[in-house]
Design a protein around this ligand. Structure first.
Ligand code: SF4
Length: 232
């Protein structure tokens, strides 16, 4: 991926964000997110990945596929007990089965078996509807919108918060919507860039910007930072 081009008149913050992206991209390469086979699988994965790692999510998704119920209709027809058993590898399986069924019920009620139709509405309406579903928070909703619907919304997670805070780009009290707005207003409107930017921040967070920062060798080490802030 060539990466975005800079333009004259770009703000310092915009340039910083893009320079950070280039540094992460140079280290990790394009991340190719979201791993998932189609819009429904991405949405299911976004729910299952809450509080667990992706390997466990993959096992749960493999179980759903193995049981031949990876469709809106089939998931809707599956009982909560059966679903909970199949997604057990993802942890919190009773809670996640309920969340998954809430989401599937919303899709089924509005668009039957057609997840693409559900995701095709305007971004604000889609986000509002997703956030109205029990168990779908901002990060999950934005992951679905960005990666499954392919619409521009920036996904904010713990890694995003920690990295931006340690690089003095946000204040400790900044909330999800403030950080999302900051990123969206300082990056070019480019869905592929936003997809990969979030994935790159996750890679930095996993490998370097952990609760105790491991700055030596981090691709963002050359940018002003305070590794002791956000020390949790
Ligand atoms: S590990 Fe250090 S250099 Fe890397 S993102 Fe965190 S604070 Fe920045």
């Amino acid at each position: 991926m060539a990466g975005p081009q800079y333009s004259l008149g770009m703000s310092v913050t915009s340039k910083t964000f893009l320079d950070m992206y280039q540094a992460m991209l140079a280290r990790f390469g394009h991340q190719g997110w979201w791993p998932g086979d189609g819009a429904l699988e991405i949405c299911v994965g976004a729910i299952l990945t809450q509080n667990t790692n992706w390997t466990n999510v993959q096992r749960a998704i493999a179980n759903l596929k193995g049981a031949a119920i990876m469709s809106v209709n089939a998931l809707h027809a599956a009982g909560r007990e059966k679903l909970a058993e199949l997604i057990r590898p993802a942890g919190y399986y009773n809670v996640k089965a309920a969340r998954l069924l809430h989401f599937i019920a919303a899709v089924h009620e509005r668009n039957g078996d057609d997840i693409e139709a559900f995701l095709s509405r305007p971004i604000d309406a889609l986000r509002e509807e997703l956030l109205s579903i029990s168990g779908i928070g901002r990060e999950t909703a934005d992951s679905m919108i960005l990666y499954a619907a392919g619409k521009p919304t920036f996904v904010v997670d713990t890694y995003t918060y920690r990295i931006l805070l340690r690089h003095r780009l946000i204040a400790p009290e900044d909330d999800y919507e403030t950080i999302k707005e900051l990123m969206e207003s300082h990056l070019p409107l480019d869905v592929e860039l936003w997809k990969d930017y979030h994935a790159q921040l996750v890679a930095v967070g996993k490998h370097f910007c952990r609760p105790a920062a491991r700055c030596p060798g981090c691709p963002l080490e050359g940018f002003p930072h305070d590794p002791t802030s956000g020390d949790w």
